[in-house]
Design a protein around this ligand. Structure first.
Ligand code: NAI
Length: 252
């Protein structure tokens, strides 16, 4: 018996990184997963590597309403329902404020905030009538402020306000809405940041490990464990919260 037997989950940005780690964990625990990502073939390939039940890969840009509508419709039709949504898709376009372009501001807001809004709106149309649903959003420690990330930081703190508001609106309909704020997680996103600041991946990860009390970097599995808890019924009295999964880096 898995915690997610008979459940269907959409995880956005799940072709790699944190999203794929969460997809693996949900699948191991019995869920059917729709891997939603920009490129349909990458999404399908990732879905084919998941264990257990039936899974699908869906190509969609979460910032586009028509893509989102189609992704949710296809998931419900092909996997037989929808119970869990994880808004994980994300991008960075880092720059100091005076160099940040309007395009990079809009792109980051579009994926993180508009994407989470569109996906959640489409999912609640399924969740509310069935009086059951779990939404897990992905914030970041950068929500608390990070040099060079005015766009990303604003979006990730926005995710926390969005989470609290959806929790208030949807709680009476059996829908829990929470967020996870990861610290440094070793993925292609952080590897790209290393390249941008001119450090090797090894040195960048080692520096990140030294910056927190547990003295290691996080793995997608660390976020997957928290996501599984928040998406499971045992946490149904928890809503509107942001759980920092960061090795204690925000403790000061
Ligand atoms: P990643 O770059 O490895 O994976 C992100 C995935 O999202 C990619 O597969 C990408 O194609 C997909 N994606 C991007 N834009 C999309 C769109 N418009 N529609 C659909 N899919 C889209 O990144 P990672 O590290 O796995 O990050 C996942 C989430 O965790 C993001 O929201 C990120 O901001 C957040 N996060 C990551 C941290 C880290 O240290 N890696 C720390 C804190 C938060």
């Amino acid at each position: 018996m898995g915690r997610f037997d008979g459940r269907v989950a959409i995880i956005t940005g799940a072709a790699r990184g944190i999203g794929f780690g969460v997809a693996e964990r949900f699948a191991e625990e019995g869920a059917s997963v729709a891997v939603v990502d920009l490129d349909e073939s990458a999404a399908a390939e990732a879905a084919s590597r998941l264990p257990g039940a039936k899974h699908i890969g869906v190509g969609a840009n979460v910032a586009k309403a028509e893509d989102v509508e189609a992704a949710v419709k296809r998931t419900v039709e092909e996997l037989g329902g929808l119970h869990i949504l994880m808004n994980n898709a994300g991008i960075t376009r880092d720059n100091l404020l005076f160099k940040m372009t309007e395009e990079d501001w809009d792109l980051v807001m579009g994926v993180h905030l508009k994407g989470a809004f569109l996906m959640s709106k489409a999912a609640q149309a399924v969740f509310v009538p069935q009086k059951y649903g779990k939404i897990v959003n992905v914030s970041s420690v950068s929500a608390l402020g990070n040099r060079g990330q005015a766009n990303y930081s604003a979006a990730k703190m926005g995710v926390q306000g969005f989470t609290r508001t959806l929790a208030i609106e949807l709680g009476p309909y059996g829908v829990n809405v929470n967020a996870i704020a990861p610290g440094f997680i070793a993925t292609e996103m952080t590897d790209a940041t290393a390249a941008r600041v001119g450090m090797s991946v090894e040195d960048f990860r080692a520096a990140a490990a030294q910056a927190n009390p547990v003295r290691r970097t996080g793995e997608p599995a660390d976020i997957a464990a928290a996501a599984a808890f928040l998406a499971a019924d045992e946490s149904s009295y928890i809503t509107g919260q942001t759980l920092y999964v960061d090795g204690g880096v925000t403790l000061g």
